[in-house]
Design a protein around this ligand. Structure first.
Ligand code: PEP
Ligand code: MN
Length: 338
C-alpha cells in the first residue's frame, strides 16, 4: 500500500502516518519528493484497512500495490533510480559500459585489459575472482588473490571494480575490494546471499537467472531492497530456450517492460546472452536501442587462451569498435555515451 500525502501536508501529518505504520508492526518506506511525500507500507496488508490511513489528516490518497514486488516497483517510486558506482552513475541519460575479462587470470592480463578497455571508453571494469563454473574441474577463480589484482588494476587505471560474490560468507571480503558486487545468474534466488547483500551499503549488480520470470527477477531485487540496500542494478544476460545456435536467448523484451514496471536501472550482457564473439557487437547495439542503461561485456586480449568464456570475449580492438557503434545508437535514441 502507498500513502500519498497532499502537497501541503505538514511534517506532523507525515509523522502521524509513520507512527500508525509502526504501531501496526509494519515497515514504512519514506520517499520525500519535491512535490509531495509518498510513504510505502511494507508488510502483510491483511493487518490493516485502507481507511485507517486515508482518513488521517494530510493524506490525499491510499493506493494498493497489487504487484508482489513493492520497493522495486514503479508505483512506489516514479523517478528512475540512479546508482552511483565509484562516481559512475548508472541509470541516468549517459550510458555506462562495464568491460573486462570473464575471469581474473593473472595480474598482467588484468592490468593490460583494464588499460585497453579504459582507453576505448569503458567506465568500470569487470573480472571474476570467484567463478561459478558448470564443471567442478574447470578453473574456479583466484579468490582473494584475484580481488587483490582487481584492486591493483583500479589503482593503475582509476576504473571502479565490478566482481561476483557467490556466497554470503564472502560478502564482507568481496565488499572490501569491489565497488559493485555482482550476483551471478545461478545465484539470483540464493536468498541467503541476497539477504546478506541487503545489509551492506554497496551497489549490487543482480543478474537474471536463465529461467527466471520477470516477477521472480524483481522479487530477488526486492530481497536486497527490503534489507535496506537501495543500490540495485538489474542485468539481462539471456535465458534458456530451445535454440542451439546461441548459448542463451537474449530476452531484450524484458528491458522496456522492466522500465515500465520498475524504477531500477537495467544493464544488458550480450556476452553471456549470445555466447558468440561474432554477434556481441550487433546485440550490444540492439540492447541499447531497446533502452538498456548500459552494457557489461567480456573482453580478453587473447580469447583463444582465456580461462573461461573465450568464445564470447571481444578482443580490445573489437571492443573499441563496439563502443563506436553503440555511441551512434545512443545518440539516435537521445542518450549519450561519453
Ligand atoms: C559472468 O559474468 O562471468 C557470469 C558468470 O555471468 P552469469 O552469472 O550471467 O552467467
Ligand atoms: Mn563469463
Amino acid at each position: 500500500m502507498i500513502v500519498v500525502m497532499k502537497s501541503g501536508a505538514k511534517k506532523s501529518d507525515v509523522q502521524n502516518v509513520l507512527t500508525l505504520i509502526k504501531r501496526l508492526k509494519l515497515k514504512p518506506h519514506l520517499s520525500a519528493g519535491v512535490e509531495r511525500t509518498i510513504i510505502g507500507i511494507i508488510g502483510d496488508e491483511r493487518l490493516f484497512k485502507k481507511e485507517q490511513f486515508s482518513m488521517l489528516p494530510g493524506v490525499e490518497n491510499v493506493i494498493p500495490v497489487l504487484k508482489p514486488y513493492k520497493l522495486a516497483s514503479r508505483d512506489f517510486k516514479k523517478e528512475n533510480s540512479v546508482i552511483d558506482v565509484a562516481g559512475v552513475k548508472i541509470g541516468a541519460d549517459e550510458l555506462v559500459v562495464i568491460a573486462g575479462p570473464c575471469s581474473v587470470e593473472t595480474k598482467e592480463q588484468l592490468l593490460r585489459t583494464a588499460k585497453l578497455v579504459k582507453k576505448a571508453g569503458a567506465h568500470l571494469m569487470r573480472g571474476g575472482a570467484y567463478k561459478p563454473r558448470t564443471s567442478p574441474y574447470a578453473f574456479q577463480g583466484l579468490g582473494k588473490e584475484g580481488l587483490k589484482y582487481l584492486a591493483a588494476a583500479r589503482r593503475e587505471t582509476g576504473l571502479g571494480i565490478v566482481t561476483e560474490v557467490m556466497e554470503s560468507q564472502d560478502v564482507e571480503l568481496v565488499a572490501e575490494y569491489a565497488d559493485m558486487l555482482q550476483v551471478g545468474a545461478r545465484n539470483m534466488q540464493n536468498t541467503k546471499l541476497l539477504r546478506s547483500l541487503g545489509k551492506i551499503r554497496k551497489p549490487i549488480l543482480l543478474k537474471r537467472n536463465f529461467s527466471a520470470t520477470l516477477s521472480e527477477f524483481l522479487m530477488s531485487a526486492e530481497y536486497i531492497l527490503s534489507g535496506g540496500n537501495e543500490q540495485v542494478v538489474l542485468c539481462e544476460r539471456g535465458i534458456r530456450t530451445f535454440v542451439e545456435y546461441t548459448r542463451n536467448t537474449f530476452d531484450l523484451n524484458i528491458i522496456p517492460v522492466i522500465k515500465q514496471l520498475s524504477h531500477l536501472p537495467i544493464l544488458a550482457d550480450p556476452s553471456h546472452a549470445t555466447g558468440r564473439q561474432d554477434i556481441v557487437i550487433p546485440m550490444s547495439r540492439a540492447a541499447i536501442a531497446a533502452g538498456a542503461d548500459g552494457l557489461i561485456v567480456e573482453v580478453h586480449t587473447n580469447p583463444a587462451q582465456a580461462f573461461s568464456d573465450g568464445d564470447q570475449s571481444l578482443t580490445p580492438p573489437m571492443f573499441a569498435e563496439m563502443m563506436k557503434e553503440v555511441k551512434a545508437v545512443a545518440s539516435a535514441i537521445g542518450r549519450t555515451l561519453v
